[in-house]
Design a protein around this ligand. Sequence first.
Ligand SMILES: Nc1ncnc2c1ncn2[C@@H]1O[C@H](COP(=O)(O)OP(=O)(O)O)[C@@H](O)[C@H]1O
Ligand SMILES: [Mg+2]
Length: 317
Amino acid sequence: MDRTGIVGDAPELAAVLRAARLVAATDATVLIQGESGSGKELLAGTVHTHSRRADGPFITVNCAALPEGLAESELFGHRRGAFTGAVTDQTGLVEAADGGTLFLDEVGELDASVQAKLLRFLESAECRPVGAGRARRVDVRVVAATNRDLYAEAQAGTFRSDLFYRLHVIPLELPPLRERRGDVPLLLEHFLTTLAERHGVAAPRPVGEAVRMLEAHGWPGNVRELRNLCERLVVLRPGQEIRPRDLPPEIVAADTGGGVAQTLFQLPSQGIRLVELEAELIRQALERTGGNRSRAAELLGLTRDTFLYRMKKHALA
Ligand SMILES: Nc1ncnc2c1ncn2[C@@H]1O[C@H](COP(=O)(O)OP(=O)(O)O)[C@@H](O)[C@H]1O
Ligand SMILES: [Mg+2]
């Protein structure tokens, strides 16, 4: 997807962008799932700008911030006198999105009564303001986002399962940054450059060990954490070389010195079979050394005896 502002070429991200491009051309309801800071809002905006609705409104509703008791009226509007304080007719956010896209951010936070109203709207494409006798047809495309496991919550009964399935027509799953580490250098470069430009200073440059630490970091706050760090470095260390002492303690302290275990190997979410991995590494070490067991043992950081023992264990000797 071009003109998206989405930086990254990790295959895990490319697959999501491909699906987003296909879905953007339709009016299908989209549910974007991913950890906080992984780019859900950015992706929702992309779906809108690549749709036929691009010239229409893009209305964001932060479902977690809807005032309790007023959520229905915020979403669907109200008529004058519908309740105490309703002194004028008020258009809701759903109607404001007519002809465009309604982005329901953190949709998992909606309480049960509002979930029911939202479901009714999704099924009828009609919006009925609180206190209004009649509903009005609206032309709205819904994109929802959540950082919760809504499937599990629907199974457990804490989120309406009929609403879940109504939203889950096209799921787009943004992988956490730690599962697309290859994009870290690209994102660092992108944010250091663009933020330096915005602040009118020269971009700082991470060097040596600092580069390795940034690439090894787990980024629990995902792209948002990375972007914020870049902004801090741009402001506090303009034009400078960035070394480990310039990095925040959570990045330096958690660093284990760049062992392969951390930088090269990430436990996949579906898990692995450790025994098979060990056998595979032994095979690869032997292949690499042309069958020289002493050098293969060295490659794996094992003594020759331990290596021979493990070869036997895996029936490789
Ligand atoms: N792949 C990306 N390329 C460029 N900027 C990104 C990317 N992913 C996220 N961002 C930026 O990181 C910040 C957090 O993204 P956001 O979409 O708000 O995440 P979420 O909604 O999942 O919490 C925003 O400033 C966003 O523009
Ligand atoms: Mg967000």
